[in-house]
Design a binder for this molecule. Structure first.
Ligand code: NDP
Length: 446
């Protein structure tokens, strides 16, 4: 970076957060794209907005003890990072995965601040989670873990303060157990979590929202560049909540999804993936994706995740996890003619991969903007809870669609305004930043 002030901020971040490479990666990407803003807006520098934004408002770390089915005590570590509340209550998901540590939760919380700002809804940024691994656990074990997790978390959250939701490893089942425990401990029925079941305050379309929103955003990005999903071959990584509904919507928009994966390996079928079978395996039976090939003779299964990016495709939708596309995979995508990458997962592309996209003039839809449909619909769930109303699927879907269109427009316009036309990553960072920065400046040094 040429700007000395931003370099100094980054140096402080690196020193203060040594050993947290994901957090440093996320901050670096944003600071690099803020150079033109810093030059145009010395008032924001003066107000110390960026110095404050790189430090979370509050970080909570706690013990989560629970008893497994054999009667043995297990101990996990729980986290909640209340990152920034300048424009609304903290809002962001809970990740349950053995790789979780404070650096992952901080990077996700940081990203969430900009993403939530882009949605146009009044939500600050936060994120939480635990190093608990839900895989292979019984329902009883999941319930006891979630109850113990919420026993501590409930002291720090609330409908007007901090509203968690799902993320990797946290779906409807886990949200249900957490909500039940919150209600029992606090004796109040409020919209303290989103992603709830439809019988107790959940919103229609929330399940589909991130995947559908990703396709709505991508459709706008393609259209702005004279392209569409129609007739395109698409590779989707993951087979969880985001991947499944991205596949559903991309197919509905005329694309053919030819590959999906889980953390063990990937399936590939040039005839198109049978999504009903994937849903049955992953959502109902909770089995591995390799089981798919048993009933689908034209499909192949390959062990390992990285190989999925060697499958020739027109559009790639990474929907599994952070840093799943590195520079080498991006170069193979480019060589095979892939012209667009749009991110369902958070930070799925390494900095080297992003360089490859730009060097090859590929369209790049960054996660902050492209996957904001999930949290936007969580915001709509909060509105319905406050009003004690529930909107129809069509109503929520229409609102989601228009929010995603608006998000694309803001990214596109901000990129143009700051001299980086077509760079939607810079556009997302700048547009997301400006709203939060103005609010922070207006509220003084807090
Ligand atoms: P799920 O737990 O439903 O699914 C995650 C999928 O990714 C699974 O197929 C999982 O495989 C795979 N996966 C997880 N970790 C890894 C890994 N380390 N390596 C390879 N594959 C992995 O999570 P979601 O679909 O909710 O989340 C996916 C991504 O989307 C995450 O980055 C999340 O932060 C992001 N996101 C989610 C939102 C939501 O509303 N749910 C909103 C915005 C972003 P396996 O089954 O083997 O674990």
């Amino acid at each position: 970076m040429k700007n000395q002030y931003l370099n100094d901020v980054l140096e402080t971040v690196k020193k203060r957060n040594a050993g947290e490479p994901e957090f440093i990666q996320a901050v670096t990407e944003v600071l690099e794209t803020l150079e033109p803003v810093v030059e145009k807006r010395p008032d924001l520098v003066e107000a110390g907005v960026i110095d404050r934004l790189v430090e979370p408002e509050r970080q909570i770390i706690f013990r989560v003890p629970w008893v497994d089915d054999s009667g043995k005590v297990q101990v996990n570590r729980g986290f909640r990072v209340q990152y920034n509340s300048a424009i609304g209550p903290y809002k962001g998901g809970i990740r349950l995965h053995p790789s979780v540590y404070i650096g992952i939760i901080k990077f996700l919380g940081f990203e969430q601040v900009f993403k939530n700002s882009l949605t146009t809804l009044p939500m600050g940024g936060g994120k939480g989670g635990s190093d608990f691994d839900p895989k292979g656990k019984s329902d009883g074990e999941i319930m006891r873990f979630c109850q113990s997790f919420m026993t501590e978390l409930c002291k720090h959250i609330g409908a007007d303060c901090d509203v968690p939701a799902g993320d990797i490893g946290t779906g409807a089942r886990e949200i249900g157990y957490m909500f039940g425990q919150y209600k029992r401990l606090r004796n109040e029925f409020t919209g303290v979590l989103t992603g709830k079941g439809l019988t107790y305050g959940g919103s229609l379309t929330r399940t589909e929202a991130t995947g559908y929103g990703l396709c709505y955003f991508t459709k706008e990005m393609l259209a702005a560049n004279g392209k569409s999903f129609e007739g395109q071959k698409v590779v989707v990584s993951g087979s969880g909540n985001v991947a499944i509904y991205a596949t559903e919507k991309a197919t509905e928009m005329g694309a053919k999804v030819i590959a999906m994966s889980d953390s063990n390996g990937y399936i590939h079928d040039e005839n198109g993936i049978d999504l009903a079978a994937v849903k049955q395996l992953k959502e109902v039976e909770r089995k591995r994706i390799k089981e798919y090939v048993k009933d689908h003779p034209t499909a192949t299964y390959t062990e390992g995740c990285k190989g999925i990016w060697t499958i020739p495709c027109d559009i790639a939708l990474p929907c599994a996890t952070q840093n799943e596309i590195d520079g080498e995979s991006a170069a193979i995508l480019a060589k095979n003619g892939c012209f667009a990458v749009s991110e369902g997962a958070n930070m799925p592309s390494t900095p080297e991969a992003i360089e490859v996209y730009f060097a090859n003039n590929m369209l790049y839809g960054p996660a902050k903007a492209a996957n904001a449909g999930g949290v936007a619909t969580s915001g709509l769930e909060m509105s319905q809870n406050s009003q004690r109303l529930s909107w129809t699927f069509e109503e929520v879907d229409a609102k989601l669609h228009s929010i995603m269109k608006e998000i694309f427009k803001s990214c596109d316009e901000a990129a143009k305004q700051y001299g980086m036309e077509g760079n939607y990553m810079a556009g997302a960072n700048i547009a997301g930043f400006l709203k939060v920065a103005e609010a922070m400046k207006a509220q003084g040094c807090v």
